[in-house]
Design a protein around this ligand. Structure first.
Ligand code: AMP
Length: 215
């Protein structure tokens, strides 16, 4: 059983790394942002409470986030473990989590702010199949059209410069300090996220002491 948290500023590549790790080791990838986006797309009752906050790049209140995480982990479909992406994001959420669950490691992906700003402004998602693109690394064959399903490529509503700056500020003010908490427990594995995705994945494996035998 592997239980991990992955942390880093938005656009550092944590979603990509988390998905790859989950696929290889059969972990459940739990992205709180994805769960919230599902609520918005599905027009649930919760969507009305979080839509505006998300579009502004603001954090959703802790009670809502914690309930979503609790419900997701209570499904107990994570026989081989989980990787939490985008949670915890502040001290309160970290304490809530550590009261009820334990983890093996926190993966910290380091990327300078200017690099993530450039990456995020080039990020696109297929509106139909959800595949993600980055116009710097992965251009579609036809501009604004998904290579796989021909759906339209869109920017996330919160991928605008003001919202990105708000999220970077929140990360440095509120999220980064909780890394200290995890560091005192010797749980943090830091990797350089400016390198190509496959190399970052290798470095994560090395840091976590994982090998093909763990698959
Ligand atoms: P992400 O996909 O991780 O960038 O999350 C998108 C948005 O969802 C964030 O900008 C927040 O508005 C909200 N969100 C996701 N995770 C959290 C969290 N742990 N605490 C508060 N808000 C969150």
């Amino acid at each position: 059983m592997h239980k991990y948290i992955i942390m880093g500023v938005q656009g550092c590549g944590k979603g990509t790394q988390a998905k790859q790790l989950a696929k290889t080791f059969d972990l459940v990838h739990i992205s709180v942002g994805d769960i919230f986006r599902w609520h918005i797309q599905s027009h649930t009752k919760l969507a009305a409470r979080i839509k505006r906050l998300m579009a502004d790049g603001a954090l959703v209140p802790d009670d809502i986030v914690e309930e979503v995480v609790r419900q997701r982990l209570d499904q107990h479909d994570w026989n081989f473990g989980f990787i939490l992406d985008g949670f915890p994001r502040n001290h309160h959420q970290a304490e809530f989590f550590l009261e009820s669950y334990d983890i093996d490691a926190v993966i910290q992906i380091d990327v300078p702010d200017q690099v993530v700003l450039d990456r995020i402004m080039n990020r696109r998602l297929c509106g139909k199949c959800g595949l993600d693109y980055n116009l710097i690394f992965h251009r579609p064959a036809v501009v604004d059209v998904c290579d796989v399903c021909s759906g339209p490529l869109l920017s996330r509503a919160d991928d605008n410069p003001d919202a990105v700056r708000a999220r970077l500020k929140d990360y440095h003010d509120k999220t980064e300090p909780i890394l200290e908490l995890f560091r005192t427990k010797e749980l943090v594995v830091a990797v350089d996220g400016t390198r190509p995705a496959a190399e970052v994945q290798d470095e994560i494996w090395r840091g976590l002491g994982l090998s093909v035998a763990d698959k």
